[in-house]
Design a binder for this molecule. Structure first.
Ligand SMILES: [Zn+2]
Length: 202
């Protein structure tokens, strides 16, 4: 993706996250990998529903701002995921209510309640609590980089994808699954044999 298209798409996805109540106020951060090996990421401290294209910050692979903007403090776990996964081109991190409710309780999101959860998300790990913006959080996220979705204890959720819409869709589905888990309290996941059938056909 080139820079002008990246800015447009990133602002669009932030607005969708905000409109769907997947993030509130300045919480969360979203990034995309550009074709020249640099990245676009949301700026620090801005409401995701009010973001404009010129506020998006371009950074290099070491997290340095290339356009004078102030990038999100969480940029280093985004960069760690891109480094781990060459096919990942977008990362979404936010604090959706149901995912965060489970993460505050210390419960993982169980994505085996419905076929859609299994297909889109699979096994979703929860990383232990680490201070936002800390190198410890970056390392905890890096350890789970093979998973396209994860939650963070007492913090929120994170998804990856081949493009921004895929990462966004995973976040929307993850929050749906977390809400379902709370509303259908105590329900079992689909049986293992059915999960295998779905995964083999996916
Ligand atoms: Zn956060």
């Amino acid at each position: 993706m080139n820079e002008p298209d990246g800015r447009i798409e990133l602002v669009r996805v932030c607005k969708m996250l905000y409109d769907r109540k997947l993030t509130v106020s300045a919480g969360g951060n979203v990034s995309v990998r550009l074709e020249d090996g640099t990245f676009l990421i949301t700026p620090s401290g801005k409401n995701k529903g009010l973001l404009s294209e010129d506020e998006v910050v371009r950074i290099d692979k070491d997290g340095r701002s290339l356009d004078g903007g102030k990038p999100s403090i969480e940029r280093f776990f985004h960069l760690a995921l891109y480094e781990c996964n060459p096919s990942v081109n977008a990362v979404v991190h936010c604090h959706p209510l149901y995912c965060t409710a489970l993460a505050v309780r210390g419960e993982k999101v169980n994505c085996s309640l419905t076929p859609e959860g299994i297909i889109l998300l699979g096994e979703v790990p929860m990383v232990g609590y680490r201070t936002p913006g800390s190198p410890e959080l970056v390392e905890a996220v890096r350890k789970e980089c093979a998973h396209m979705a994860m939650t963070m204890a007492r913090h929120g959720a994170l998804t990856q994808g081949g493009d921004l819409i895929e990462a966004y869709n995973r976040m929307e589905e993850l929050e749906f699954q977390a809400g379902l888990q709370i509303l259908a309290a105590g329900a079992d996941g689909l049986p293992d044999a059915e999960i295998r059938k779905i995964t083999d056909g996916a």
